[in-house]
Design a protein around this ligand. Sequence first.
Ligand SMILES: *Cc1c(COP(=O)(O)O)cnc(C)c1O
Length: 349
Amino acid sequence: MNKDFNIKSIIRPNVAKMQPYSSARDEFKDFNSEMIFLDANENPFETDVNRYPDPQQRRLKEILSKQINIPANQILLGNGSDEVLDLIFRAFCEPAKDNIITLPPTYGMYGVLANLNDIENREVLLDDEFQPDLDEISRTMDTHTKLLFICSPNNPTGNLISFEKITHLLNNFKGLVVIDEAYIDFAPQESWISKLNEFPNLIVTQTLSKAYGLAGIRLGLCFASAEIISVLNKIKPPYNVNKLSQQSAIDQLQKVQKLNNDVSSLKAEKEVFLKALVEVNFIQKIYPTDANFILLKVDNAEKRYAQILEKGIVVRNRSSQLLCENTLRITIGTNSENIKLINILKTLK
Ligand SMILES: *Cc1c(COP(=O)(O)O)cnc(C)c1O
């Protein structure tokens, strides 16, 4: 338990002081009754989307709250994880003064958002096994280090970050630890959401873009203490999750069986794919993966990327990332897509 942590000490002063925008639909909350709505300058003629969406996404949060077993006041939803992450920067990091720590090779958005918000990004490389270097992180942080981003399973490397190391960081880091669990549904480990009560400085982000198959609706999830969530709620754009996205998420989340089947089938496909990759001669290393993608070290990433593209398949060349020279990241597709790719890989000269 991180007893030193006090949310009031890390929130930006302007955010602490500000009054949120109060939208018409925030003031009037009873959506289900047969009222006449002349409060928001909407067009009264029915198009299905002529009304503003629920700014607090209450039905969707109710479903998530039951499924994930967490109170609704510990959930914040955003227009993709990208918006959620940006809100975390804007709530806690003072431009040109504060800094964050990221652990490359990792998801590029943390660095992009740091730049956008004029926050110094202190990079502490992962070690040979793509695990955090605790001593170096400890040397790198100072009183202005507000956020530490841990992506687990990590993108682009695919591995989970050690439970013990994250626990150590949660206990010793003075700012907020953000664990990005975009790929957690594919991993053999439970979410850090179950530890929120133990660690007041923990924020967990997830997304409906990967396992849930809803990348097109842009829905990011954020779980934290009720105090942290209320700060983020205060600064979010009032109608940040549109009505079509809310409805689509509500519909899809009910299909629990389909979701479980899809994830199981992708995990099984991955195992078949991994076995087949062993026979491809230009692959030098297959990194361990707990996600729905595989990072490969090859002889010449640029050449292999171009050859695969030429055959009509787009993979991701991650060679520009630190510690990822000559690597390709490949997403697990359908059975027939994977077979096609394997057949291509086996014939490349
Ligand atoms: C794909 C991905 C996300 C998802 O972002 P969305 O904006 O929710 O689509 C978040 N974090 C990581 C590490 C990812 O790879």
